[in-house]
Structures are given as structure tokens and as C-alpha cells.
Design a protein around this ligand. Structure first.
Ligand SMILES: C[S@@+](CC[C@H](N)C(=O)[O-])C[C@H]1O[C@@H](n2cnc3c(N)ncnc32)[C@H](O)[C@@H]1O
Length: 315
């Protein structure tokens, strides 16, 4: 879990919005990439994993990238234009503003009927966290939005204005692992009676005030869990994950591989059970980042990579 902001740093010490792909070499290895494969990157983000995939599948490969966030797709487009020329690969890439559950449509759009590999790298990109106007982070003040697709759905401010106290407390507990979920939910409901909660800092301050003293002094910012839970609820991330896994199974050819990187125990559980039920599990235990990667990229701390192979019999 990381909602603290950028994980990138310009070489000159300046903060630059960079998203470092997590578990990159492990992901490439587990996907067993080779020339000519058709790969769906269902969460293409800034294109970090996608760039490396493009290199690995060579000029005869195809990469179909999807993201719910149209703004971030522009970064992916730039990164992949660069990547293709740097590798000289000239891989055919198509990018789609769609949730990963829409991969069948994206493949059809690219003239394809199925794929050999699917990657889902869940959660939020550092590029999203770094833009205060997107409202994902409490590190800078911004409107309380948090929608991954800024063109659709309900903002976090709108959700917080109407959600019931029990539903809110449950979301904070289940999606944020927040021990003080009831206290925080009660504080939010009391505060919104007086004034609407519209800004990220306003929410972060409210959460801090709601917590007992010791809980304000942890390793992570005291509002981290609340922000994560609200983001996951507003974007229906668990529902999206279930739909995306089903779409992947549907689109993969028999023998094809699905790799998922999750950042939350609830997500990891969903992935583990899905892979057990529907695939030949490749990773008995999830693959996690080593100390060196975590030191370079704090986001990697909670990352878990799992992989399954679509059975031949499921053809
Ligand atoms: C952790 S980032 C992916 C980073 C990417 N692998 C890279 O190396 O740059 C997650 C991305 O998934 C996108 N995303 C989240 N949920 C999604 C969904 N249901 N469908 C498609 N994209 C989604 C987010 O907008 C974000 O750009």
C-alpha cells in the first residue's frame, strides 16, 4: 500500500512524476515471454511493464494495452513510442481507454480473437498520486475526486456525502485494514453535517483528529488507510478485479498465462482463489520484492505477484 506520493526522483534531486514498475524482472520471467506472443497489459499505466514486454515479444509480437484512466494512457503512448524505437522492435501496440474487463473488445478492435498472456498490475499509478487535482493523495491539497476514470462515476466527495455510517466503517475496515474504522466513520458523518468534505487535506486533517494519540504516530501517515479504502470503494476495485480475472480467462488461449500483481491482502485473496479454481497455479506462494527493490521503490513493499496457466482442457 502506498498513497504517499511519487516513487520517482529526478537524478538532480528534483521530484519527477515517475512510476517504477514493480517486480519487473520477476513478471517478465513468470510470463515466459518470447517472440511473436500476443500480450494484454490490462493496466498499462505509464507503460513501465509494457515497454519491457514489447522488447521481449519482438517485431512479430502484439501488445494490447488497456487503462481506465485516459490521462495516463497518454503517458503510456509516449513511453511505448520511445520503447519501440529504443529496442528497434517495432512491435505493434494498441492502447485502449477501457477497464481491463473490456479486454475482449480491445482485442477485437486490434483484429485479434485471443491472447497468450495477460498482466494485471493493480492499484494506482504514481502518476495519478502525483497530480493533486486527481485527489488521490493527502500529500498535497486537491479536490476529493479519486476516480481512476475521471470521465465517469461518482467522486470520493460525492460518495462521502451520502454513504451510510456503517457502510463507510465496513469499507474502512475491509479495504483499508483500518482498526479505528468506526471512530473515523463517525467523525466523517458528524463533520459532513456541518460542512461538505470536498478537499483531500480537509479529509486527512479530519482523520488525524479522529484518531487516538498513539495511532497518529505510526510509520505511515495516519490517513493512508482511509484514503486507500475510499479509493478502492469509489472505483469498485474488487468488482473490477473479479470482472478482469474472468475476462482474462475468457481471452487467454489454452496454455496461456495470467500474472497479477496486487497490493492489498483482500485483492491477493481474490486472485489466489481465482487462480486455484480456474488455472494451473504457477506460483504456489506469491512472489514478493526483495530488500533492494523496496529500498528503491517503497510501493513494492506490499506487492504480491501470482501467476496461473489456463488449462488445455478449458479450450
Ligand atoms: C499500478 S498502475 C500500473 C503501472 C504499469 N504496470 C506501469 O508499469 O507503468 C495501475 C494502473 O491501472 C489502472 N487501472 C486500475 N484499475 C483498472 C481497471 N479496472 N481497468 C483498467 N485499468 C485500471 C490505473 O489507472 C493505473 O494506471
Amino acid at each position: 500500500m502506498d498513497t504517499t506520493g511519487t516513487n520517482g526522483n529526478g537524478g538532480d534531486g528534483s521530484r519527477q512524476p515517475v512510476h517504477l514498475p514493480v517486480l519487473l524482472s520477476e513478471t517478465l520471467a513468470i510470463l515466459e515471454l518470447r517472440d511473436g506472443l500476443v500480450v494484454v497489459d490490462g493496466t498499462v499505466g505509464a507503460g513501465g511493464h509494457a515497454r519491457a514486454i514489447v522488447r521481449a515479444i519482438g517485431p512479430t509480437g502484439r501488445l494490447v494495452g488497456l487503462d481506465r484512466d485516459s490521462e495516463i494512457l497518454a503517458s503510456a503512448r509516449a513511453a511505448l513510442a520511445d520503447g519501440a524505437s529504443a529496442s528497434g522492435a517495432g512491435v505493434r501496440v494498441s492502447l485502449h481507454h477501457l477497464p481491463h474487463a473490456g479486454m475482449r473488445d480491445a482485442l477485437a478492435d486490434a483484429g485479434l480473437t485471443g491472447c497468450d498472456r495477460v498482466l494485471l498490475d493493480l492499484g494506482v499509478s504514481s502518476l495519478q498520486l502525483d497530480r493533486p487535482e486527481r485527489g488521490f493523495s493527502f500529500m498535497a491539497d486537491g479536490p476529493l475526486d479519486m476516480r481512476m476514470d475521471a470521465t465517469a462515476g461518482v467522486t470520493a466527495a460525492e460518495w462521502l456525502a451520502t454513504v451510510g455510517e456503517t457502510e463507510l466503517a465496513d469499507a474502512l475496515f475491509q479495504l483499508g485494514d483500518e482498526r479505528h474504522s468506526r471512530r473515523i466513520a463517525a467523525a466523517i458523518v458528524a463533520a459532513r453535517r456541518k460542512t461538505p468534505i470536498l478537499r483531500t487535506r480537509q479529509l486527512a486533517d479530519l482523520v488525524v483528529r479522529a484518531l487516538p494519540g498513539p495511532a497518529r504516530r505510526g510509520r505511515i501517515h495516519p490517513a493512508t488507510r482511509t484514503f486507500q479504502a475510499i479509493r478502492m470503494a469509489v472505483n469498485d476495485e474488487l468488482g473490477e478485479l473479479r470482472r478482469g480475472l474472468a475476462a482474462a480467462l475468457d481471452c487467454l488461449v489454452p496454455g496461456g498465462r495470467l500474472a497479477v500483481i496486487s497490493f492489498h491482502s483482500v485483492e491477493d485473496r481474490v486472485v489466489k482463489h481465482f487462480l486455484r479454481e480456474h488455472t494451473e497455479v504457477v506460483t504456489r506462494k506469491p512472489i514478493e520484492a526483495g530488500a533492494a527493490e523496496v529500498a528503491d521503490n517503497p510501493r513494492a513493499r506490499s506487492a504480491k505477484l501470482r501467476c496461473g496457466r489456463k488449462p488445455e482442457a478449458a479450450a
